[in-house]
Design a protein around this ligand. Structure first.
Ligand code: SF4
Length: 190
């Protein structure tokens, strides 16, 4: 399923396995390309426990192993395309919110880790983050890997991939109190 800032009129497009090839071809030929006049900024794949890919990875083949080698997961095959008006921090916060909500709370690395990561990302969108929050979030992610089940262990994916591909954007929110995409309303006047 491809969704997001795509030119096709449908809200979602079903793909067949025979359509599987490089991501940029899938987006261009099946989804009609990104929104008219815009560039692809990010891809979010594999659902809330999946990760981000940056525009440098558009030639990756839509395949479990190929995607994993880039730090993303294919999961059930969901792809969200974000154009230059997308904010990677805001999107990471939405994923973290879901992962926190879905934590059953049985083990503390996941129960507390998903909550703290959500708080840190929310603070970034509100201009309340502190220098060092990226590193603190990564350390929290390392702790998540000790969670009891796959939910906690995979909740680290959105964080690590956001840092890998969009560290500058994270730091713009934290240090400059600026949202380069202009999405975070609390930072609009700063
Ligand atoms: S990792 Fe699994 S068992 Fe632990 S709190 Fe999260 S969902 Fe529950």
């Amino acid at each position: 399923m491809i969704e997001g800032h795509i030119a096709a009129l449908q809200a979602g497009i079903q793909m067949r396995w025979e359509d599987v090839r490089a991501l940029e071809i899938v987006i261009d030929e099946i989804a009609g390309g990104v929104s008219p006049g815009k560039e692809i900024k990010l891809l979010q794949t594999g659902g809330p426990l999946g990760g981000f890919l940056g525009p440098s990875e558009l030639d990756v083949i839509l395949d479990f192993d190929e995607m994993a080698s880039k730090g993303a997961i294919l999961g059930s095959g969901g792809i969200i395309v974000g154009d230059e008006n997308s904010c990677a921090v805001e999107m990471a916060m939405v994923l973290a919110d879901f992962n926190n909500e879905e934590s059953c709370g049985k083990c503390f690395p996941c129960r507390l880790g998903t909550k703290h990561i959500l708080e840190m990302l929310r603070n970034m969108t509100l201009g309340k983050a502190k220098e060092g929050d990226v590193e603190r979030m990564q350390a929290m992610g390392d702790t998540l890997l000790t969670s009891l089940c796959g939910h906690g262990q995979l909740s680290v994916n959105p964080i690590n991939s956001a840092v890998k591909y969009f560290e500058e954007e994270l730091k713009a929110h934290i240090i400059d109190k600026r949202c380069p995409a202009g999405r975070c309303r609390a930072l609009a006047h700063v």
